[in-house]
Structures are given as C-alpha cells and as structure tokens.
Design a protein around this ligand. Structure first.
Ligand code: ADP
Ligand code: ADP
Length: 230
C-alpha cells in the first residue's frame, strides 16, 4: 500500500525558481527510501513538501491518503502523521529532554502526563539515552541531541518519518549511534524518507535510492548495491 505518492509534481518558489520538475514517486508503507544528489538539487524541497512545510505548485501529492493540493486538507493531522528530523535538531533549548519528548503527545494527542512520560522513558531506552531524561539539550552532544529528536518524533506515533540530512551536522564519532537508531527504526517497519550523504546507510539499510539533480529524479533504484557498483 502506498504511503506517499507524487504525480507530476512541480514546485516553484515565490521568486519563480523551479525547484521540483515533474516528480513522480510512489513510496510504500514500510519502505526506506534514501534521497541523494548534489547540493541544490531539490532534495530538501521534496522532503518538505511531504509534510506540508512547502506547498506544491502543480500536480498531485497524496500522503497517507491526504491530498496535499486540496486546501481543505488538515495540515496539523498531516504533521502528526509524518514526523520530521532536521539537520540541526530543532529541540526546545529551554526544556528538559523529557519535556521535549512529551510535549507533543500531551498537547496534540492529549496523552496524560503519566502515560507520556512512561512512554518517553521507553523511547529513551530505544535510542540509548535512558539516563538523559532530566538533561537539557545544551548538555548533550550533537549525536545525543539527534537521538532525542528521533525519540521526540517517535513519541507522536507517526506513520512515516522524514530525515533531512540527520547526520550532516554531527561530529564523525557520533554519527554511527544515530545511524544505528535509524536502522533499528527501519527494521521495525517504519516508512522513512532520508536525505543523506551516508552511502553506507543507503546501501545497507535503505530499500531504494532516489537520485536527484536539477529538481528532477534522474534515477530511482531498488537495486541499492547495483547502484554503487556501476
Ligand atoms: P538540496 O536539499 O538538494 O540541497 P534544496 O531543496 O534545499 O536542495 O534547494 C533546491 C533549490 O531551491 C536550490 O537552488 C535553492 O537555492 C532553492 N531554494 C530553496 N529554498 C528556496 C526558497 N525559499 N526560495 C527560493 N529558492 C529556494
Ligand atoms: P560502500 O561504501 O561501498 O557501501 P561498505 O559496504 O564497506 O562500502 O560500507 C560503507 C560504510 O557503511 C562502512 O563504513 C560500513 O561500516 C558502513 N555500514 C555498514 N553497515 C551499516 C549500517 N547498517 N548503517 C550504516 N552504516 C553502515
């Protein structure tokens, strides 16, 4: 079953820059898709259209059966269903790790504080940071911050998670821990769209590689090993 479906999607920025050109892409439930390509090729733009951070100009985009070209589509529901992990974490600096993780569930899902905190403790174990509940983001390494950002995203019970260069801002020695958490989530069947330069991840964890250049998809391959061999 498809989770994300682009049909002839075009994106023009307000300055008329043509950022996405005739994008056709169907991503199934549980698929892990890696998006690669040169800087400025539209990878981040493509990702951001999926949860409505950027609007599309033309064509059709269906995400979890919601039509993003339809002005009546509930963007808040979309954002709840589709999590996003950013290059620079976007954690709330003045809130504890626990509050960072539980705020969304409590405010949006109306989960009780007790239940949200119990679940957050489980998620902290999942990302290997069980002892950091009371820490503040400034006390954590980049890799730890990113694992908290992933836990925060998972706390919303998303149907899919988008990752926009999740390891690009990290010190090399902390990248592996973040990739390991992403791999674990992938193994559990999450639909993931990942913009990354980590070819090891693309090859060993991803089901599929989409190569973009100049706003277009130039290649879309399920043969992730063959992709690198030629
Ligand atoms: P990538 O993620 O592959 O580096 P982006 O999607 O960030 O590429 O950007 C694609 C192109 O769109 C770039 O040329 C960028 O300068 C341009 N772009 C991005 N955001 C905007 C914007 N808000 N307005 C105009 N052009 C933009
Ligand atoms: P290639 O660069 O051609 O893919 P390798 O197969 O050696 O060559 O893998 C590249 C890198 O990916 C290696 O550094 C390897 O340690 C790393 N790697 C292997 N498995 C994983 C994984 N599950 N997630 C992320 N990186 C991985």
């Amino acid at each position: 079953m498809s989770m994300i479906e682009f049909k002839h999607v075009e994106k023009y920025y307000p300055n008329k820059f043509h950022a996405l050109k005739d994008i056709n892409l169907t991503i199934d439930k549980g698929e892990v898709v890696t998006i690669i390509g040169p800087s400025g090729s539209g990878k981040s733009t493509l990702l951001r259209t999926i949860n409505g951070l950027e609007s599309i100009s033309q064509g059709q985009l269906l995400v979890n059966n919601m039509d993003l070209a339809d002005k009546h589509t509930d963007i808040n529901r979309l954002r709840k269903d589709v999590g996003m992990v950013f290059q620079h974490f976007n954690l709330y600096a003045n809130k504890s790790v626990m509050d960072n993780i539980t705020l969304g569930p409590r405010l949006v899902l109306k989960t009780s504080r007790e239940e949200a905190e119990a679940e957050a403790h489980e998620l902290l174990k999942t990302v290997g940071l069980a002892d950091k509940a009371d820490s503040y983001p400034s006390m954590l390494s980049g890799g730890q911050k990113q694992r908290i950002a992933i836990a925060r995203s998972l706390a919303m019970h998303p149907k899919a998670i988008l990752f926009d260069e999740p390891t690009s801002a990290l010190d090399p020695e902390t990248i592996g821990d973040v990739l390991a958490v992403m791999q674990q989530i992938a193994t559990q069947g999450m639909t993931m769209v990942v913009v990354t330069h980590e070819m090891g991840f693309a090859r060993h964890v991803g089901d599929r590689i989409v190569f973009m250049a100049d706003g277009q998809i130039l290649e879309d391959s399920r043969d992730v090993n063959g992709f690198f061999d030629n």
